[in-house]
Design a protein around this ligand. Sequence first.
Ligand SMILES: Cc1cc2nc3c(=O)[nH]c(=O)nc-3n(C[C@H](O)[C@H](O)[C@H](O)COP(=O)(O)OP(=O)(O)OC[C@H]3O[C@@H](n4cnc5c(N)ncnc54)[C@H](O)[C@@H]3O)c2cc1C
Length: 606
Amino acid sequence: MTAMTTEATTPPPGASPRPGAGSPGDQSVRPAPGPGDTTPTAPADPVWWGWGAAAAHHPLPGAVRDLLGQLGIPSRPSAPVALADITLPPVRLPGEVLDELRAVVGAGHVRDDREARIRHCRGRSTVDLLRLRSGDASDAPDAVVAPLDHDQVLAVLRICSRHRVIVVPFGGGTSVVGGLTPRLPSGQAPDGAPRWHGAVALDLHRLDGLLRVDQLSGTAVLGAGLRGPAAEALLAEHGLTLGHVPQSWEYATIGGFAATRSSGQASAGYGRFDQLVTGLRLATPVGTWQPGRGPASAAGPDLRQLALGSEGAFGVITEVTARVRPAPARRRYEGWRVTDLATGLDLLRELAQRDLLPTVLRLSDELETAAGLANAVSAGTDVTAGADAANAADGPAGADAAADVTASGGCYLVTGYEGSEDEVTGRAAEVRAVLRDAGASPLGEDVGRDWVAGRFHAPYLRDALLDEGIFAETLETAGYWSTIPTLYAAVRAAVTGAIESDGSPAVVLCHVSHVYPAGASLYFTVVCAEGPDPISRWDRAKRAAGDTIMANGGTITHHHAVGTDHRPWMPAEVGEVGVAVLRAVKAVLDPAGILNPGVLVPPPSE
Ligand SMILES: Cc1cc2nc3c(=O)[nH]c(=O)nc-3n(C[C@H](O)[C@H](O)[C@H](O)COP(=O)(O)OP(=O)(O)OC[C@H]3O[C@@H](n4cnc5c(N)ncnc54)[C@H](O)[C@@H]3O)c2cc1C
């Protein structure tokens, strides 16, 4: 396996030394290796202003800055403010509530200090980061409460229901849809008392055990607070893997994967996270709820589906029972070139419909490929990797091949195979035959290895771009194969038009990385200059994208979830009856309305 590449340890220009960067424990200089690369190791806590440990940050490569400059996207130094300069609202929680919470979880596990509140303020969308970097922590919780187990979560929910305190379940904090930014209803309750007495972030990191392994059934019960690397490390001790590797894997948690219906880079082989879950345990304000009993059931509607994707609005997931598989003995990843996006989409559809999917399957559109980002942002690598690889001694074949695909046009495709030696060899032979028949040209295993080596780099690159005043964000959808070409063209045009309406150019790239017999997801990366008001500009682009997605048969989200950002489209997504069902479920499970209000479920006024 190729070593992880390109993580320089020098802070970005204009941002050194980082004010308040990282915690004293920051030691990691590289993103964690993926499962199977080596024994997965947990990365250090991320910096409060971005992604990853402080030491893993690097300046924007000059080649990328130059390329963006040529495209009309200029750079300008833009460092985050110092931690001490962040504006925080005063703590609203009454002392008696803090005392009751301390009595349940222990005094050391209720924090209302600046750093704890700032670290639990919002998620990790680019807008979230821009707000924090500019010193705006107006959405910070009043306190951070870290329960040890399910019973403590139940007790915290009882206290918060009684005192009208908002509870925001907090896993890895990697939400990109405003899932950690509840909307607190204003005004007074019918009895004249204030509706809310503040909000707490319920940090679930202490629910971190591998609780049971059933080797015979191929299932494991995992604590909701386990981050991706820790979960894989515990399963590896039993020779097992979940195979769930989203790009946020280093920091996102088991509970977060379930609460958002996450989909990982190897979804073609292992399935989406919701397909892996056989059961859940939730603490709700009205008691314990445990949907999922046995591998399959005809006992009415599948209530697991109400817990999966519930985004902390229906209850707190404390345990997840998930399908696990033997850790693969062999992994192989390859690069291919196809002539154009239409050909690539036909290929993906054929593989999915003939049940010939590899474990990993990703197709970049022409622009993503041509921009030289095919082996970078789109594939979860950063441009640093691509730029460095062009000169590096450890990756010449991959770099040459990537240069080859860029020079000759077309679209870049990654296939990956994981399993036993026989499974990998057999499936690779079947898939290669289909690819060759469709005229795809092989680029070799080095290109695949480069993809693996860089698949967690994109969020580090985003920080480097933000340090240079360059905005980068993603959005995603999914549609049936019959709608994908129109959906793709319409969303690209809508986002580009919305951003460029103020005269500033945008680069909009796309790839497909989750495929099904009936359709596929589309994942767009948008890069533009920050300009004077990047948040309003992105709001405009996001609104245009959402409306266009709904008008062209797409779903408002394939795997990022609803949060507060996508909530305006929920009536169009699930219909008025669907919204009423969601409201009814919330009213039963959370009668006081303390759980993450405004996330997922549109309030009656909308
Ligand atoms: C750089 C980057 C890359 C990403 N790549 C991917 C990707 O490849 N695939 C993908 O699917 N997503 C991706 N995401 C989105 C995000 O990582 C996922 O939604 C992830 O599942 C969130 O997990 P988390 O533990 O960080 O949850 P959080 O962000 O902490 O929470 C997300 C939502 O779930 C709720 N929640 C969290 N834990 C629980 C719990 N135990 N019980 C109840 N509710 C809970 C929260 O209240 C919130 O509403 C990415 C995000 C970033 C920033």
